[in-house]
Design a protein. Structure first.
Length: 362
C-alpha cells in the first residue's frame, strides 16, 4: 500500500515546465502549468518551428501499462484526420487537438491544442466570479453553444482508417468544458464561448481506467441538449454544485426567474416539457424566436452611483466651445507656418494703398 502511494505521488509530481516535446506534427516548448487535477495537467507552450502558442494537455495514470499507452496512442491516431473547419471564415469555436502522441517511457499521453485568440476561463470559474447570470446573458451564451453543437452534430467526420461518420456529439458538456473568452483583452459583456474536452478524445483516454456506457450517436446528441439545459439553469440560479438528480424546476429560486419564455425553453432542452427539440438547429431557431427579454431596472442606489460617475466624468472634460477655439487656433498656426515656408522663410509685410482706400470711401 505504501509503495502504491509513493509511486502515485512520483507520477503526479512530474512536471513538463522547461521541457520540449516531440509530437507527430511538430515540437513544442513547454512554458507554464496553468491547470492541474488528478490525471490531467495543462501547460502553455509554443510550437518551436512557428512560434504559435499552444496548450498541451498531459494525461497520466499510475495504473497504465506500456500496452495501455500503446492502445491509447493507436486510438488517438485514428482521430488525427478529423478537421472541424467549415471551409469558410465561420468559426464554430471548437477546441480540438492538432497533435496527439504518447510516451511509453514517461507513461503519458499528450494532446496539443491551439488556444483561443484571448486568454479565457472555464464557465465554472466565470460563474464563481460573477454569480448568477442575467437572462439576456444566458440567451447569448445558449445561442453560441447551440450553433457550435449544430455544426458539430452535422459535420462529416473522416477517420484515419477511411471510415466516415455524419457528425459527433460533444458528450462531455459541463461548466468545465465551456470556456468563456472575451472579445478583447478587457473582460466585459462581449464574449465568445468555446467548447473543449470533446468525448471523442477524452473517452479514448478514460476508457483505460473506467467503463464507458455505449449509446447511439443520436442519443448522445440528445444528451448534449439535456446537458446544455442543465448548464443554463445553473447559470440562471448561480448553482455551481447541484446535488445528484437535481431538478431545477423544483428549486425555489426557479420561481424567481422572470423570463418565462427562457425558462420554458430550458425545460424543453432538459426534456422536462414537451415538445423536446429534434436537434440543436431546431433548438437554436426556437431560441432566436423567443420574445425579447426585459431586464429588471437597477435599484435606485445603483442608478445614483452610475449618474454620479457620469457627472464626474463630464466635469473633468473641457467645455465644447473651448475645444472649438483650441482647434481653430491650431489650424491658424498651421496655415501661418505653411505660408512662411512658401515664402522662403520670410513673410512680407502687407502694403495698404491708403490713398486709393480713401478715394474709394469718398
Amino acid at each position: 500500500m505504501f509503495e502504491t502511494q509513493r509511486n502515485s505521488i512520483e507520477v503526479s509530481a512530474f512536471t513538463l515546465e522547461g521541457k520540449t516535446l516531440s509530437g507527430h506534427r511538430g515540437r513544442y516548448a513547454i512554458a507554464t502549468q496553468i491547470h492541474a487535477q488528478p490525471g490531467v495537467n495543462i501547460y502553455t507552450g509554443t510550437e518551436t518551428a512557428t512560434g504559435v502558442p499552444v496548450w498541451i494537455k498531459e494525461y497520466y495514470s499510475f495504473w497504465w501499462t506500456a500496452s495501455d499507452i500503446q492502445q491509447i496512442e493507436v486510438a488517438l491516431e485514428q482521430l488525427e484526420t478529423i478537421d472541424f473547419r467549415s471551409g469558410g471564415v465561420q468559426d464554430f469555436r471548437l477546441l480540438i487537438p492538432q497533435d496527439v502522441f504518447a510516451s511509453v517511457k514517461d507513461q503519458r499521453c499528450y494532446l496539443v491544442l491551439r488556444p483561443p485568440h484571448h486568454p479565457g476561463r472555464s464557465l465554472r470559474n466565470y460563474l464563481e466570479a460573477q454569480g448568477s447570470l442575467s437572462a439576456a446573458t444566458v440567451r447569448y451564451l445558449l445561442s453560441q453553444v447551440l450553433q457550435s453543437l449544430w455544426f458539430l452534430h452535422g459535420q462529416m467526420i473522416d477517420f484515419a482508417d477511411g471510415q466516415m461518420q455524419k457528425g459527433t456529439a460533444h458528450g462531455n458538456l459541463s461548466l468545465e468544458s465551456l470556456v468563456i473568452v472575451p472579445e478583447s483583452t478587457a473582460w466585459n459583456a462581449q464574449f465568445q464561448v468555446y467548447l473543449q474536452d470533446l468525448e471523442l478524445w477524452e473517452g479514448v483516454v478514460r476508457s483505460m481506467t473506467s467503463t464507458i456506457a455505449h449509446r447511439s450517436l443520436n442519443e448522445q446528441k440528445q444528451q448534449d441538449l439535456r446537458a446544455l439545459g442543465t448548464i443554463a439553469a445553473q447559470l440562471l440560479l448561480g448553482e455551481l454544485s447541484p446535488p445528484e438528480h437535481w431538478n431545477a424546476i423544483g428549486d425555489p429560486r426557479w420561481n424567481e426567474i422572470t423570463d418565462q419564455s427562457l425558462k420554458q425553453f430550458i425545460q424543453q432542452l432538459m426534456e422536462l416539457e414537451s415538445p423536446a427539440f429534434s436537434d440543436a438547429k431546431a433548438a437554436r431557431k426556437q431560441l432566436l424566436s423567443l420574445p425579447a427579454v426585459v431586464e429588471s431596472p437597477p435599484n435606485e442606489s445603483e442608478t445614483q452611483d452610475e449618474l454620479a460617475s457620469i457627472e464626474l466624468g463630464q466635469a473633468d472634460r473641457p467645455p465644447l466651445y473651448f475645444k472649438i477655439a483650441f482647434a481653430l487656433t491650431i489650424c491658424g498656426l498651421i496655415a501661418n507656418l505653411s505660408l512662411l515656408w512658401a515664402n522662403g522663410g520670410v513673410l512680407e509685410t502687407p502694403k495698404f494703398e491708403f490713398n486709393n482706400l480713401i478715394q474709394n470711401k469718398r
